[in-house]
Design a protein around this ligand. Structure first.
Ligand code: 4AZ
Length: 249
């Protein structure tokens, strides 16, 4: 994340880190953010995964303030299976959403604690007013050309942009679909960056932190007058529920 502040995982207990095991180097590497939405279910971005990524190589870490440090509040899971949206478009990033089912033998996975708690989902097609202030979080890069991901989870504040402003003209001509939403600091301060993808954009709605976006893409990071682009989660409630219902824990 560009801008923003160091945070504590208890401030965004739905934040997940998705790691991929590299056999050659015999260790896990940070790939993307994710969002815990139910004990055994995590959302992320479709573009975070390659067809060659076997579920067995993925690891989901919950409850960590410091990305690489074990802590008493963390909960680590293997992935039983994951699904990339059937209509994900690799060119435009339309439908940039994926869902992961955590592995368990005991009928439950993540346990609610101060460090770990699911985000609420919006209703299908629910929208919030333009310029609503929302939060983004992640372990992504502190600047576009940084070599390393952030050691510590960060949180930033962005506002929801009106649809009329979320157009190719402000994003170097790239296609914007109705399944995307734009959010940014109009001054271009806080913004998601590489490694934050798949993570949350949450907005307060009726006193619940509600997952309105999945961090998806942007034209660089933190540039003035360029919003970040997010997957519009309210368009995928039926899709999410169909996956959860068809694959009981
Ligand atoms: C990325 O490369 C990325 N500024 C994610 C979000 C944004 C830019 C890049 C938004 O994953």
């Amino acid at each position: 994340m560009v801008g923003g502040r160091n945070s504590d995982i208890t401030e965004q207990p739905w934040q997940a880190a998705i790691n991929v095991y590299q056999a050659r180097l015999r260790k896990h590497f940070h790939r993307c953010g994710g969002i815990l939405i139910d004990s055994c279910w995590v959302l992320s971005a479709a573009h975070c995964f390659e067809i060659s990524d076997k579920a067995e190589k993925l690891q989901v870490v919950l409850g960590r303030t410091f990305r690489k440090h074990n802590s008493s509040g963390d909960q680590i899971f293997e992935v039983e299976k994951y699904w990339i949206h059937e209509k994900f478009n690799n060119e435009t990033f339309d439908n940039d959403i994926a869902i992961l089912k955590l592995k368990t033998d005991i009928g439950m996975c993540a346990v609610v604690s101060p460090e770990v708690r699911p985000a609420c989902l919006p209703e299908q097609d629910q929208a919030l007013p333009d310029w609503t202030e929302c939060e983004i979080s992640g372990y992504g890069k502190d600047s576009e050309f940084s070599d390393e991901y952030s050691e510590r989870v960060k949180r930033g504040y962005v506002r929801l942009w009106p649809k009329e402003r979320c157009v190719p003209e402000v994003l170097s001509g790239r296609t914007i679909t109705s399944n995307m939403l734009c959010a940014g600091d109009t001054r271009g301060l806080d913004d998601a960056c590489k490694g934050d993808s798949g993570g949350p954009l949450v907005c307060r709605n009726k006193d619940r932190m509600t997952l309105m976006g999945v961090i998806s893409w942007g034209d660089g990071c933190g540039q003035k007058n360029k919003p970040g682009v997010y997957t519009r989660v309210s368009h995928y409630i039926d899709w999410i529920n169909s996956k959860i219902t068809a694959n009981p824990v």
